[in-house]
Write a protein that binds this ligand. Structure first.
Ligand SMILES: [Zn+2]
Length: 437
């Protein structure tokens, strides 16, 4: 190989300078690029309590990332290394979880427990147990576990250390990439954008494994804050969403349009310009169906602005926070597919609205659940029809059949369901969900 001078080693890599927040093709100054790239991963700190080995590997990765401005190949190495630390984190967390002993359910034999001091011990026992078709005991359930990344992922889900339906698909993709890195089939080059994303995803995964969600996270987001909001609409089809506090002020449109608006008070994720957590479907709100992207809770209405103001002054409802991942939706097919419903609303339906075929599906978003059920109508699309994770999308099937069967499958995962009967209120402009009746 060619020996480089220290001066050359210290020089910035021109390729690294082309990645910047400005227009394509422009280059940043070296100083600026060094700072810009480090800022991309500066805020993804690990929570306290993360195992020392995982913690040190992650911090080393963040340190090395900064050197990408001097050598572009560093970004490929960082991306690859992040995938290997993904497995290390699962192993370290497993060792903490098992606290020195693992137990297997062995077919036609008593349970077998083994002391373990290192992950090598775990792998050795798991491989032997897998040959006997034994399953690893995880709380009240049991999973196939042979000590590989595949088994570790099953264990982490069974132990409720990882959550979310969309994140499960990302975990699938990460596992495939990890196998590619461990057994490379060809040359690949990663960009600083991809490397930074890998580091950020890894930080989210490690923090989630050690019980910490990520505020604004892509994979394991923290619960979202909901505020008290007023949704209103008029006969001309105009809709608006206001913070409840706005009702104390004079209505700017009142003079021009009269008070021809109907109002409902809800708890909803507030609309913040530029936020990735805006609910693009807030104007689809319907008390019967989960037609908004994030959970929107009906509180009062419909009524006039004056009545809404009076109710707010009397009740003083407050905001809350809501976890939108792993929600359970019930979808009814009665001649046509109706939008997803919350279990509590489905449980309160009158008899004549229970007919048809029902699907109980777990998903992060109502449109994910709906897309799965619609997709499963075509057998060639590869969506699963029996209970379990769908290989073709992020949904998990809980059960389907009659109304009672679907509700039983729902109760099995949610526990007893408290039925609610809400007044039927629906904003007029449902474009995304046209078939609501
Ligand atoms: Zn599916």
């Amino acid at each position: 190989m060619e020996i480089q001078s220290l001066e050359n080693l210290r020089a910035t890599d021109k390729l690294s300078l082309t990645f910047n927040p400005y227009e394509l093709g422009s280059r940043m100054a070296s100083e600026e690029a060094a700072e810009f790239q480090q800022r991309q991963i500066a805020d993804c700190d690990l929570t306290e309590g993360v195992a020392a080995g995982t913690h040190d590997s992650f911090e080393r990765l963040r340190t090395v990332f900064a050197y990408g401005v001097l050598c572009y190949d560093v970004y490929t190495l960082v991306g690859d290394q992040a995938l290997l630390i993904y497995e290390q984190a699962l192993r370290d967390r497993f060792m903490e979880w098992c606290a020195g002993s693992i137990t297997f359910h062995v077919p036609q034999s008593p349970d077998a427990s083994f002391p373990v001091v290192s992950y090598d011990d775990v792998q050795g026992q798991a491989a032997r147990m897998a040959r006997r078709r034994a399953k690893l005991a995880v709380g009240t359930s049991a999973v196939e576990f042979n000590g590989t990344l595949h088994g570790l992922r099953r264990w982490a889900r069974a132990a409720d250390l990882l959550r979310g339906r969309r994140s499960r698909m990302v975990e699938d993709a990460l596992a495939k990439l990890r196998n590619h890195v461990a057994h490379p089939a060809g040359h690949h080059v990663g960009s600083p954008v991809e490397a930074a994303q890998s580091v950020r995803d890894l930080a989210e995964l490690i923090n989630q494994l050690w019980g910490q969600t990520t505020s604004g996270g892509r994979l394991y987001p923290a619960p979202l804050h909901r505020e008290i909001a007023v949704l209103s609409w008029n006969d001309a089809g105009r809709v608006r969403m206001e913070h409840a506090g706005a009702l104390a002020l004079p209505d700017p449109t009142e003079e021009h349009e009269g008070d021809g608006y109907q109002h409902v008070v809800v708890r909803a994720v507030p609309f913040i310009p530029g936020s990735r957590w805006n609910d693009d479907h807030w104007a689809e709100f319907d008390t019967r169906y989960e037609t908004t992207r994030f959970p929107t809770q009906y509180l009062w209405g419909p009524g006039t602005r004056e009545e809404a103001r009076a109710w707010l002054e009397l009740e003083h409802p407050e905001g809350d926070s809501v976890d939108f991942t792993d929600r359970v939706f019930l979808i009814r097919n009665h001649g046509r597919l109706l939008p997803p419903m919350r279990a509590a609303v489905a449980a309160g339906l009158p008899d004549d609205e229970r007919v048809g075929t029902w699907h109980a599906v777990r998903a992060d978003f109502p449109d994910d659940a709906f897309a799965h059920v619609r997709g499963a109508e075509d057998r060639r699309a590869g969506h699963v029809r029996t209970p379990g994770d769908c290989p073709a999308c992020s949904a998990e099937v809980l059960g389907s059949g009659s109304y009672d069967e679907a509700l039983r499958a729902t109760t099995a995962v949610l526990g007893p369901i408290q039925a609610v009967r809400l007044p039927s209120v629906r904003l007029p402009s449902s474009i995304f969900w046209p078939d609501c009746r």
